[in-house]
Structures are given as C-alpha cells and as structure tokens.
Design a protein around this ligand. Structure first.
Ligand code: UDP
Ligand code: MG
Length: 312
C-alpha cells in the first residue's frame, strides 16, 4: 500500500477536490493507497472537511495539530501515521500532479527506494519569490554539496527510508535535503508545477526568509566555518599591515604615537577574530554531535540473504 501524505494549512477549499483527484489517479494506476491529510493548525474548516470525507471513505484519514507547527512537522506527523509500504508527500493545492505519483510508484516497484520529484519548471510565482527561492537553493546547494535547485518536497520513498526519517534525532529537520542525505537507490522524476488550485500561497516573504535561514542553519556549518576563514584572512592582512606600519616607523615617516595605536588595534582585532574562529570550530563540532544522526546507514549485508537477493 501507498500512503499519500498531504500537509494542509488553511486548505478547506482544496481538500475534497484534491482527495478526489488523487483517488481517481490512483484508481487509474491501480494503486492501493491511503490519503493522510495533516491539518497544520488550520484556522478554517480544513480538518472538518477531512473528517467528513473519512466517514465516507476510510482510505482518507487525517490529523490536526493544536497550532501551526509548520510543514516540516506536518510531513513527519503524516509519515508517522502512515501504514504504507511506501510514502508520497505532496502539496494540497495540486501543484504536484497526481499522475506523477503513478510514475513514481512504478519506479518503486522496479526497486527504487527514493524517487525525487524534480521541477521541470518553477510554475507561476512572483518574480521576487522566484528570485529568492532560486538564490536560497543556489546557496544551499553550495553549502551542502547537494543539488537542491529544482528539488521539491514532492517525493516517494520506501518504508525503510520513512523509518530513518522518523528516527532522525534532530528537532530541526529539513525533509527536502534529508532524503538526499539518506542515499539508497534513488531515481529522479520530472514534473511540471501546476498552478495552485484554490486559495493563495501560504508563504509570506518573512516566512520564506525564516525558512531559508532555519534550513541553512540546520543543514550546514559552512557559515560558522566562514567565521574561522575570515579570521585567518584578516590575520594575514594584519601581519602585512603591521609590517608596513613598522617599516614606516623605522624609516621615520610615521606620525608620533600612531604606530602603537595601529599595532595595538591589529593585535586585539586579530586575537578576537581568531578566538571567534576557534569557538566557531567547536560550536560546529557540538552542532554535529548534538544532531546525533546515525554515523552511517547500511543498505545491504552479506549476512542477510534476502538483502543480497534484493540487490540483484
Ligand atoms: N503548509 C503547511 N503548513 C504551513 C504552510 C504550508 O502544511 O505552515 C502546506 C500547504 O497547505 C500546502 C503546502 O504546505 O499543502 C505548500 O504550501 P504552499 O502551496 O502555500 O506553498 P508554495 O506552493 O507557494 O511554495
Ligand atoms: Mg503551493
């Protein structure tokens, strides 16, 4: 069975249509599925709609958060509730085409553990939003070494990957990047981003910036490493400046008292920056430790015969 997780925040106008469209597509693809709506503290009748539908069709299930905890939390809660052999996460506004799920599912049947939905276009979004999003993902791709440019939250993954995601000890998860981090047999599927079905995007500029900063901080220590790097660069600059100041002093064309001031400044600033850099290194190490991620994930093992069979 396939569990389809749909995080929904104030989507009352979309629930019914989305459920029907998805169920229809799954019927076409002859896929046994359940749909799990996770109402992320919606202020409208999102959950009531889901509850109504689930009375008619037990394949539709739902939970509601006590308040808005964000899409990341909604995704994880949905995965936790799902009972499927594989999982799909998609948006409630049908921007992720249900027909693509069939394609993803077939790949899962072929033996892929993760099928990444990759945007072949970016859909209709405002210029500013598009620019912000692409610069965020460009920076993040650089920082994490994972190509995040056109990736999305639309993906399918096997139950074993779901278990890994749920067992991540860190509080600040970044679903989109974690499946890349997990590895396994992965395939990409391209899809066209459709227009939002009903209502407006739930992201304001402020929430996007917050999301960007949060995810960079939760996935990379590069900004911290940059402090160290800047410290070293400034230190090198200070040595050069220090030498130049001393040369001037000994050549006798320095203003009285100026040399001492410059040297003192250089010494203090250099010391502070290097100190910050060292602290940064330790904080980066603490950060890695505190996430308590598994050191590795094992995929196959010769001691388990089934596994080796599966690898063939
Ligand atoms: N969403 C959510 N919690 C939030 C914000 C959004 O669960 O705090 C859901 C929303 O209901 C939708 C999906 O996340 O199903 C993507 O949101 P949206 O379509 O607003 O984002 P966009 O497509 O504009 O990036
Ligand atoms: Mg959307």
């Amino acid at each position: 069975m396939l569990s389809i997780i749909i995080p929904s925040f104030n989507e009352e106008g979309n629930i019914e249509n989305t459920a029907n469209t998805v169920l229809e597509a799954m019927n076409t693809g002859q896929i046994n599925c359940e749909i799990i709506f996770v109402s992320d503290g919606s202020k409208d009748g999102t959950f009531q709609k889901v509850a109504e539908l689930s009375k008619i069709n037990p394949r539709i299930r739902g939970i509601e958060f006590s308040r808005n905890f964000g899409k990341e939390a909604a995704i994880l809660a949905g995965i936790e509730k799902g009972k499927g052999d594989c999982y799909v996460v998609m948006d409630c506004d049908l921007q992720h085409p249900p027909a693509t799920i069939i394609e993803m599912y077939q790949m899962w049947e072929e033996g892929y553990d993760i099928v990444e939905g990759i945007k072949s276009n970016r859909g209709k979004e405002s210029k500013l939003h598009g620019m912000m999003a692409s610069s965020f993902y460009a920076v993040l791709s650089k920082l994490t070494g994972i190509d995040m440019m056109n990736s999305s939250d639309f993906k399918l993954f096997d139950r074993k990957v779901a278990k890994i995601l749920l067992s991540m000890p860190e509080r600040r998860t970044f679903f989109r990047a974690l499946t890349f981090w997990a590895g396994y047999k992965t395939k990409e599927v391209y899809y066209e981003v459709a227009e939002r079905e009903n209502g407006t995007s739930k992201w304001s500029l402020r929430s996007l910036v917050k999301y960007a900063v949060r995810n960079i901080v939760s996935f990379s220590t590069v900004p911290l490493d940059m402090v160290t790097f800047l410290g070293i660069i400034s230190f090198a600059g200070m040595i050069i400046l220090g030498i130049q100041t001393l040369v001037r002093y000994f050549m006798g064309n320095a203003i009285e008292g100026f040399t001492t001031v410059i040297l003192l400044l250089l010494l203090l600033c250099g010391g502070i920056l290097i100190g910050l850099g060292i602290i940064g290194k330790y904080i980066a190490a603490i950060y890695e430790e505190i996430k308590q991620r598994p050191r590795y994930l094992i995929w196959h093992d010769t001691d388990s015969q089934d596994d080796v069979e599966a690898k063939k």
